[in-house]
Design a protein. Sequence first.
Length: 160
Amino acid sequence: MVPESSGAARRVATSRPDNDPGRSSSGRPALQVVPSRRRDRARSRLVKYLPVVMVVVALLIVVGGQAMLANGQVRMSRLDQQLQIAQSEHRQQELNVTKLETPSRIVGSATAQLHMVHPSHVTQLPSVSLQKPLPAPSVTPGATTATTATGASTTSIVAK
């Protein structure tokens, strides 16, 4: 008791050539593997939480970078303080050396501690030119003296 209209539709469907790949030879649609809903759920969770995870990771990287910068600034300020201390010590030592180099202090130390005296007169030595060589000295043999108690004789040389 099938209505006639449905039978006519079957005949039309079977009379067509089977070019449709989605249909089987019996006229039914071909079976397909239905994707698992678990995969869909996992994929939807991944799509849903991936941006959140990326933002959290980016924020952690920024916080780590800020911590490294702050650590570097603390180290730089400590080094700057050490440099300023070293520079002030160097300036103080230069001042001490300058005070020790004064001629009045050297003369006072020489006379008081080393018991040196001022000379009665100062003899200036003549200047000698270093560009031209000096003439060779003329040497004349001198008289020999008598031997000493040790048996060695001495000879004197006089330069003109």
